[in-house]
Design a protein around this ligand. Structure first.
Ligand code: MN
Ligand code: MN
Length: 403
C-alpha cells in the first residue's frame, strides 16, 4: 500500500469514529419520555425537533393531571397567505378551538405594500413588531386619523371603522392584529375592492355623481394585500376634515407606555386607563428575565390570549377539577388561558422572554396568589397548607407581577 492510500484509510477510520462519537452524544442529548422510574425510551417514529422544543409535553411535570384541552398553537403551523405586497396568517378558533374570545393575525407588508382599505364587525387591536407603517381611518362622524407607526407602537380601530395599513421604508413592517372574537377571520372583512365589484356600476355612478365608465377598470377580484406607490412624508398625506380629527387617538406610542419594573422583569399595561379608545382589548406587554417568571395569578374578567415575541418559556394552567397541564412556548406561539384558571409563565431560556397578554375587556385585571394569601389571616392559611410561620411571613401584600 502506498503512503497516500494508507493515509486516506487512516483519515476515513478516524472520521468514522468521530462520527459515531457525535452520533451517540447526539442521542444522549435527545430528550426521553422518562421521569424517574416511569416511561421508557422512544424507539419508534418521532419528531426530534418538536420533542426537543417541548420538554414539558414529552415529560410533563408529575403535578400535571386530568384532561385539559390544548392551549397552544404556533403561527408556524398556520396557513400562510402569500400576496404581491406581503403575507398574512391567522390563529383563530378554527386553529385553536379553546380560544373563543380573541383571534389573531400576523402580517408582513413590504415597502409600499398595502393591506387594502377595509372594515370589519370586530374592533382591531395592533402592535408593530418590526419596521414602519402608515395607518389611516375615518370614523362615523367623518373625523379622520392618519399616522405613522413604528416598532412597539400600538393602534386600535373601533368595530366597523374603515382603515388601511401600508408598509413604509426602508423594509416595510411586520405586526400582530388581535380581534375580540375567536371566530374572526381576515377573509371575512369588508374590502373596498369588493364593495365596488359587488355593486351595480349604475349605482356607483349615481352614488358618486360620475359617469359609469369612470369605474371601467376597477378590480374584478379583491386586492387584500397589494403593491402600491410608497407615500411621501406624513405631512403630504394630511387631509383636513371639516369635522376635525378623531377625539381619541388611535395610537399608543411605545415611549408613552408606562413601564413597571419588578425584580424579575418589566410589564406595561395598556387599557382604557391610558389608551381610552381601546374599549374591547386590554393588554399587558411582559418581559421576564432569565430564571424569573410571571407570578402565579389568574384573571377574573376575561380569557387571556398570548403571543410570544422572543425567548422561551413554559406555562402550567390549573383548570379546576383537580386538573392542570404544562405547555412550552417560543417566538410565534399563541397561548390561551380561559378566565379564572391560574397560571404562571416561567422563562426557561438564557435570553429575555417577551410576550403579550390580551383580554377581551376594557380593563386589565389579575389576582395574585401570593397577595391573596398575604392578606388572609395567617392562621387560616397555615391550617390549610401545613405551613410554618416563616413561610407565611414571606408572602407579599404587594403584587409581585414577576418574580
Ligand atoms: Mn382591519
Ligand atoms: Mn395571565
Amino acid at each position: 500500500m502506498d503512503p497516500i492510500s494508507r493515509r486516506s484509510i487512516l483519515l476515513t477510520s478516524t472520521a468514522v469514529v468521530a462520527g459515531a462519537a457525535t452520533q451517540s452524544h447526539g442521542a444522549n442529548q435527545m430528550p426521553k419520555p422518562i421521569r424517574a422510574a416511569k416511561g421508557g425510551t422512544d424507539i419508534g417514529p418521532r419528531d426530534q425537533t418538536r420533542d426537543t422544543e417541548n420538554p414539558d409535553i414529552l415529560v410533563p411535570p408529575s403535578t400535571d393531571k386530568g384532561l385539559v384541552p390544548n392551549l397552544r398553537f404556533s403561527f408556524a403551523d398556520a396557513h400562510m397567505n402569500l400576496q404581491d405586497g406581503g403575507w398574512s396568517r391567522e390563529v383563530t378558533q378554527r386553529e385553536l378551538p379553546t380560544a373563543t374570545e380573541i383571534a389573531g393575525v400576523n402580517m408582513r407588508l413590504k415597502t409600499g405594500g398595502v393591506r387594502e382599505l377595509h372594515w370589519h364587525k370586530q374592533a382591531e387591536w395592533s402592535i408593530m413588531l418590526a419596521g414602519n407603517a402608515r395607518i389611516t381611518a375615518v370614523d362615523n362622524d367623518g373625523k379622520n386619523f392618519i399616522a405613522d407607526v413604528q416598532s412597539g407602537d400600538l393602534w386600535y380601530f373601533p368595530a366597523g371603522i374603515p382603515h388601511s395599513i401600508q408598509g413604509l421604508g426602508p423594509d416595510g413592517c411586520e405586526f400582530l392584529l388581535a380581534f375580540p372574537d375567536g371566530s374572526f377571520s381576515e377573509s371575512s372583512t369588508f374590502l373596498l375592492s369588493e364593495v365596488f365589484a359587488r355593486t351595480p356600476k349604475a349605482i356607483l355612478a349615481k352614488n358618486f355623481g360620475v359617469p359609469e365608465n369612470a369605474f371601467a377598470r376597477i378590480p374584478k377580484e379583491q386586492l387584500f394585500i397589494f403593491d402600491a406607490p410608497v407615500p411621501g412624508p406624513i405631512g403630504s398625506d394630511a387631509i383636513p376634515s371639516p369635522q376635525g380629527t378623531v377625539p381619541l387617538s388611535m395610537v399608543a406610542r411605545a415611549e408613552d407606555q408606562r413601564v413597571t419594573k419588578t425584580s424579575g422583569g418589566t410589564v406595561r399595561i395598556i387599557d382604557t386607563r391610558n389608551f381610552p379608545i381601546a374599549t374591547e382589548i386590554a393588554a399587558a406587554i411582559v418581559e421576564v428575565a432569565p430564571k424569573s417568571m410571571r407570578e402565579i395569578h389568574w384573571h377574573p374578567n376575561a380569557d387571556e390570549w398570548q403571543y410570544y415575541i422572543s425567548g422561551t418559556g413554559r406555562m402550567t394552567v390549573f383548570a379546576s377539577r383537580d386538573s392542570s397541564r404544562t405547555f412550552d412556548f417560543r417566538a410565534g406561539d399563541v397561548g390561551y388561558v380561559p378566565k379564572s384558571m391560574s397560571h404562571y409563565v416561567e422563562n426557561t431560556g438564557q435570553d429575555t422572554l417577551k410576550y403579550i397578554e390580551l383580554f377581551h375587556s376594557n380593563r386589565f385585571e389579575d389576582v395574585s396568589l401570593n397577595q391573596w394569601l398575604a392578606l388572609t389571616p395567617a392562621l387560616l392559611v397555615k391550617s390549610h397548607l401545613a405551613l410554618d410561620q416563616g413561610t407565611v411571613d414571606h408572602f407579599s401584600r404587594e403584587k409581585k407581577v414577576i418574580v
